[in-house]
Design a protein around this ligand. Sequence first.
Ligand code: F6R
Length: 595
Amino acid sequence: MCGVFGYIGNKTNIAPLVLEGLKSLEYRGYDSWGVAVVALNLQPEIKNKIYFKKRIGKIGGANVDSLPAGSLAIGHTRWATHGGVTRENAHPHLDCTESIALIHNGIVENYIDLKKELLAGNHVFKSETDTEVIVHLLEENSRKLSFEEAFLKTFNQLEGLNAIVAIDKKERVILAARKGSPLVIGFGKNEHFIASDPSALLPFTKDVYFLEDDQMAIIKDDSVKIININSAKEVKFLKQMLDWDVSSAEIGEFEHFMIKEIYDQPAVIHDIANNAIVGSDNILSLINEAEDIYLVGCGTASYACLVGKALFSKIAKKQVHAAIGSEFEDQLKFINKKSLIIALSQSGETIDLLEPVRKAQQKGAKILAFVNVLGSSLFRMADEKILIGAGLEKAVASTKAFIGKISHLLLLAYALDKRKSQGQRLLLEAVESIRIILQEKNLKNIKKLAHKISNEKDIFVIGRGLYFPASLEAALKIKEISYIHAEGVAAGELKHGPLALVEKDTPCIVLLPDDETTALTLANAMEMKARGGYIIGISSINHGVFDFYLPIANIGEASVLPMVVVSQLLAYYLTLEKKLDPDKPRNLAKSVTVR
Ligand code: F6R
């Protein structure tokens, strides 16, 4: 969602650098952007003043050449919540005297009350946003307090989950505070950065500090001070080193991040097979000692939870619950000290997951997190954490983080059944199968199919058991980037409703494993064929019912991995057929930090 980038230091023309920082956050999804810079005193004709530029739409080829030189600046990409997509509503927002500029992620729940008071005090508002309330409140508080004190007071007056960053033309400092929404500080030589996402810092530094909830940062050219916002006392902090490769933030030879990330997958699985710590004694005892276990995630991660549930049942004969983060509140009444929550998240910042997990932790449950972003909120909150190890994922539609999550879960299920090496072997076979899928002749086949069905209005995907959540994931990938309505259906449920929609030439994708469910799933494929459906098989079995066949290897439960990869590629090529941008689907954001 919204992206934050700020700079203070010894560089002197930093508006373009801040714009570059914002560009690296584009993948999070946004609809407008803005940069504010404090002009350098060295330019007498410009005066010590805040200059800003705000625009709606994507940054594209835009520049900030109209902004003066400066060495203190902030920028923001906005994903509209309060107020439409307009230039006025874009951040940064300025106070009445244009001496303070502020950017914000989150939602100020009490903004209506605060706005009423500020309007009564003659503050003039230019936008419809909740953010502008904060900057006027900061202006108000600054009348009697120092900038730092006023900032702290202002932040404490806000209700809801928020992150704010502000600069003042009279002060050589960036102030930032967070509760809920993430912020990370980057440390350079005589310079500091602040961003909503560590990936934006990668080109500049790997030396970072992830601000904790209820912390405020006072960031100067050569120092960073962290304050607890409740006690106003300084707290000690430890920096961390980002473990991502700078090249993972670059697109390289690929046309889109999504296809690059699909290609990254064999290496991700290979690494998990060889290096993952999921089978460690403390993880296994955490699981074995728990009385009830809940796998929780949102969107694609929630489908990984369902895959995990099926794998635990099938391989380790262990019963676990799977839940969607935004629906988990209702289950909290069953959570106690003996519960274990296994939380899955690429970003580690998904608010619909963080909130219920935090509440479960307060009830005494242990938290085991599978998370891709080191230092993220979930990473820090969890009692035990496993880094997914997918590397930076930039395309909005998650691919390699999903594959990483289910590879870990498969290995964990085998480790629980004391057969970890068998799990490793299957993962390595999946690596080979996916490498074959990514060969040109197979891609040609998938592109041919995409060309044939790209004008259809509905696509159905069926699967049974372990392959039902895979069907949900396949349908999600197709619909979110190609905008073709796609539905994942438990194969056995077809006759209970969805079959009514299958007519002549309706594309019906069948995820057909070679296992105890094959015969029943084939019978369901026949039912769709009998209604005129165009049957597409993703399977190791080239069955006569298929009108179009996409082969994968038969590798036991790990077959789910290549099946998903084939469906990711189909979604990608369908999107290209429709001349859409697979990396930035409309209305969606990479990291969902508001509820
Ligand atoms: C879909 C997709 C989303 C995310 C969901 C959770 O392709 O990417 O459904 O999976 O928003 O995100 P994380 O895993 O960051 O918690």
